[in-house]
Design a protein around this ligand. Structure first.
Ligand code: MN
Length: 385
């Protein structure tokens, strides 16, 4: 029997790589639903190739265009479209590969509808980790990490009562060896030229500030249920060690491989099985050269420190962190603010934020929207200044 899967965000970096993985896993998956934002051309090609029963795009206009072209499939749009996909009876697994806060509500609905989740959207856990993990437990649903570091920890974690630290590795991003002055004047192109991983724009900028690592720390806290003082970040520029677990007896178990998202995507989809897949190349210890490891420089990358602080404070502090950062990153991508102002804006929002504790999904979304409105106002000030 083929597993019926929905891919939310099928035209993005993770979505397209997931389809490449599925192409090589003959007879294991049936693509029942796909969703995209505004890349109508690509989703149209995907519809022709995979023949899903349901698709969803961002706008009604695009949905109608696709409906004309593919009258036999159900064409939806907007958040309601994603939610309807997630509630579709026959779907067994949902790969959440949309970017940003778009992932939250659909993921929550998919869990309540008892679908297993392959989660590539870290914002969902950053915003609502407590609720999402509790709901997954109550509904007996698996949350399988797609993020490479969390896939690594997931593979290394075998006895959680004897864990000393989770060690999350980071390439250090494009500015690892840059000076603060160079970062001050960094343009879009240098921030977007990530040395090791090929990803979407938002996450690539987050990798340049190390906010991505900070969000991953919060993600790991929720996924694996460890306190923040048990989570460490280590800079590893070669990105072969994808993360590790240190046990109380001094043993460290690490997951190693070439830096390819195909491998963690595939493991989430085929778990607990391993199968031959798209990656035929494997890591060769004898050819790898020097593997380096450093402490993160929190002076140069204060976003990482701020993320730990947000996580430890709890409540909706992480909602504020995520929303303010995301809006600031968008402003940077539109050339409105300087690179270092991404942190300055996020920090200013964070310091003035009044959190809500024990929030439900709706009040989390409300907080998120409030923070975004205020962040946009603050961005205007930074533009003028
Ligand atoms: Mn990652």
């Amino acid at each position: 029997m083929k597993k019926k899967i929905a891919i939310l965000g099928s035209t993005g970096s993770i979505g397209t790589q997931a389809l490449e993985v599925i192409d090589k896993l003959n007879d294991r998956f049936e693509i029942t639903a796909l969703s995209a934002g505004s890349n109508v051309n690509l989703i149209a090609k995907q519809i022709e190739k995979y023949q899903p029963k349901i698709i969803s795009v961002k706008t009604k206009f695009d949905s109608d265009v696709l409906k004309d072209r593919f009258p036999h499939i159900k064409c939806l749009y907007g958040e309601e479209g994603l939610i309807e996909i997630c509630k579709t009876e026959e779907i067994e697994m949902v790969l959440v590969a949309v970017s940003g806060k778009t992932g939250l509500k659909p993921t929550f609905e998919a869990i309540k509808s008892k679908k297993d989740i392959a989660l590539a959207n870290k914002e969902t856990l950053v915003m609502a980790g407590d609720i999402i993990m509790k709901s997954a437990k109550d509904n007996n649903v698996k949350i399988l990490p797609v993020d490479s570091e969390h896939s690594a920890i997931f593979q290394c974690l075998n006895n959680r009562t004897q864990v000393k630290h989770l060690i999350i590795t980071s390439s250090g991003g494009p500015f690892r060896t840059s000076t603060k002055e160079e970062m001050e004047n960094a343009d879009l192109r240098s921030a977007l030229s990530h040395p090791r991983w090929n990803m979407g724009k938002k996450i690539t900028v987050d990798s340049a500030t190390l906010m991505n690592k900070g969000l991953e720390v919060i993600e790991a806290h929720h996924l694996f249920n460890f306190d923040y003082d048990k989570i460490k970040v280590t800079i590893h520029p070669q990105s072969y060690v994808h993360s590790a677990v240190e046990y109380i007896d001094g043993s460290i178990i690490a997951q190693i491989g070439i830096p390819s998202m195909h491998i963690p995507i595939q493991y989430a989809l085929t778990y607990p099985d391993r199968t031959e897949g798209i990656e035929t190349e494997s890591f060769d210890f004898t050819k790898a050269g020097k593997l380096e490891f450093f402490e993160p420089d929190l002076e140069k990358f204060p976003s990482l420190k701020l993320a730990f602080e947000a996580g430890e404070k709890g409540g909706t502090y992480t909602v504020c962190l995520n929303a303010a950062n995301e809006e600031a990153v968008f402003a940077f991508l539109e050339n409105k603010i300087k690179f270092l102002d991404i942190y300055n804006i996020t920090k200013e929002m964070f310091d003035n934020y009044k959190p809500v504790f024990n929030a439900d999904i709706d009040s989390i979304i409300e907080e998120d929207e409030k923070v975004r409105v205020k962040t946009k106002e603050l961005i205007e000030k930074y533009k003028r200044g």
